[in-house]
Ligand binder design. Structure first.
Ligand code: CP
Length: 317
C-alpha cells in the first residue's frame, strides 16, 4: 500500500479489518518492521485521537515519529501555483512537502476543508500536492472530503460488536450542531459502509444530502424514527450542507439522539467519531450508558492506523 486516502485504496476491506483485529491481539508482533523508519505527522488542524492513536500505532511497529502542528509551528504555507508570494504566505507547499520527503519514510497529513469553496475543497488540492511533492507513501489523517482512518476504525468496531449470523443494520444519522462542520466523516463512513457487508441507511433533514459519489447503494430517509427501526448500530454525526455548501440550514434539536429513541432499534449500539458536544449533538444519557461505543471506537483508532502503517512498511521493504 502506497496511499491510504479513501476506501478505494483498499482491495479487500474485510481482510483489512480481520488483520487489524489480529493486530489488536498481538500489538507488538511486528516491532522490527518499523526499525529505523520515521513517520511524519503533519497537522494543519487540531486533533486528539488521530494524533495520539497514529503515534501509538507507529511506536507499536518500532517506528520513530515526528509530529508537527504546521498551522502553529511552521511558516505560513502557500498552496496556490503561479502566485507572487508578496502577501502573508512564506513557504510554498512545493518546497515544504519536498523537504518532508527528505526526512520521513511515511507521511500523514491532516487538512480540513475551508467550507468556503466546494470545488476547491472537493478537488483535494492540498492532499494531492503533499502526495505529489513529498513523493512519500501517505496516510490521510482527514482531508477535505474524507476521514479514512476513522471509517476503517468504525468498520472494525462494527465487526467486533456485530450480531452473529446476519448482516447488521447500520444507520448514519445527522445531528444538530451550532457550527458548520465538514462532510468528511459522513462521506467517508458512507463510502465504507456501502462497500461493507451491512444494511446501510442514512437519515438527515432535507438539504443535508451528501454527494452521491459517497452514498451510492445506501437507503436514504428524511424520517429519523423510521430509519432507526431495527438498527443494530447508530452512527451519530453532524455535517454542514453539501448543496448549499458549508451552510448550517437547521439546528433542529429534535434530531438529537437520546435514549428514549432507541426503543425502536434492535438494542442498537451508538457510535460517534468524537469530539462530541454533549446534549447538543448527542444525549449525555446515551454517552454515559452501556449503549455507547464511543470510547471503544476511539480505542480502535490504534489498530486501524497500525494495520495501514504495517501495509505501507511491508510494501517498501
Ligand atoms: N475522530 C477524530 O478524528 O478525532 P480527532 O479530531 O481528535 O483526531
Amino acid at each position: 500500500m502506497k496511499l491510504f486516502t479513501s476506501v478505494n485504496d483498499v482491495t479487500d476491506i474485510s481482510g483489512l479489518v480481520k488483520e487489524a483485529l489480529h493486530l489488536k491481539q498481538n500489538p507488538f508482533a511486528h516491532k522490527e518492521l518499523g526499525k529505523n523508519k520515521t513517520l511524519g505527522l503533519i497537522f494543519l488542524n487540531p486533533s486528539l485521537r488521530t494524533r495520539l492513536s497514529t503515534q501509538k500505532a507507529a511506536l507499536n511497529l518500532g517506528m520513530e515519529v515526528i509530529v508537527m502542528n504546521i498551522d502553529k509551528e511552521g511558516w505560513a504555507l502557500e498552496t496556490r501555483d503561479g502566485v507572487v508570494m508578496n502577501d502573508t504566505t512564506v513557504e510554498h507547499i512545493r518546497e515544504a512537502a519536498g523537504v518532508m520527503g527528505e526526512y520521513f519514510d511515511i507521511l500523514g497529513i491532516r487538512s480540513f476543508p475551508s467550507l468556503q469553496n466546494r470545488d476547491e475543497d472537493y478537488s483535494e488540492d492540498i492532499l494531492n500536492k503533499f502526495i505529489k511533492f513529498s513523493g512519500l507513501p501517505l496516510v490521510s489523517l482527514e482531508s477535505g472530503t474524507r476521514h479514512p482512518l476513522q471509517s476503517l476504525t468504525d468498520l472494525i468496531t462494527i465487526t467486533e460488536h456485530a450480531p452473529q449470523g446476519r448482516r447488521p443494520k447500520v444507520v448514519l444519522t445527522w445531528a444538530p450542531h451550532v457550527k458548520a462542520l465538514p462532510q468528511a466523516v459522513p462521506n467517508s463512513f458512507a463510502e465504507w459502509m456501502c462497500k461493507a457487508d451491512v444494511d446501510f441507511t442514512i437519515t438527515h433533514p432535507e438539504g443535508y444530502e451528501l454527494d452521491m459519489q459517497f452514498t451510492n447503494g445506501a437507503n436514504i430517509s428524511y424520517n429519523q424514527e423510521e430509519a432507526l427501526q431495527d438498527a443494530d448500530f447508530i452512527y451519530v454525526k453532524n455535517w454542514s450542507s453539501y448543496q448549499d455548501y458549508g451552510k448550517v440550514i437547521t439546528t433542529d434539536p429534535s434530531w438529537m439522539l437520546t435514549r428514549d429513541r432507541l426503543g425502536v432499534t434492535n438494542n442498537a449500539k451508538v457510535m460517534h467519531c468524537l469530539p462530541v458536544r454533549r446534549d447538543l449533538e448527542l444525549g449525555a444519557d446515551i454517552l454515559d450508558s452501556t449503549d455507547s461505543l464511543v470510547i471503544k471506537e476511539a480505542g480502535n483508532r490504534v489498530w486501524a492506523a497500525q494495520i495501514v502503517l504495517k501495509k505501507m512498511l511491508e510494501a517498501n521493504i
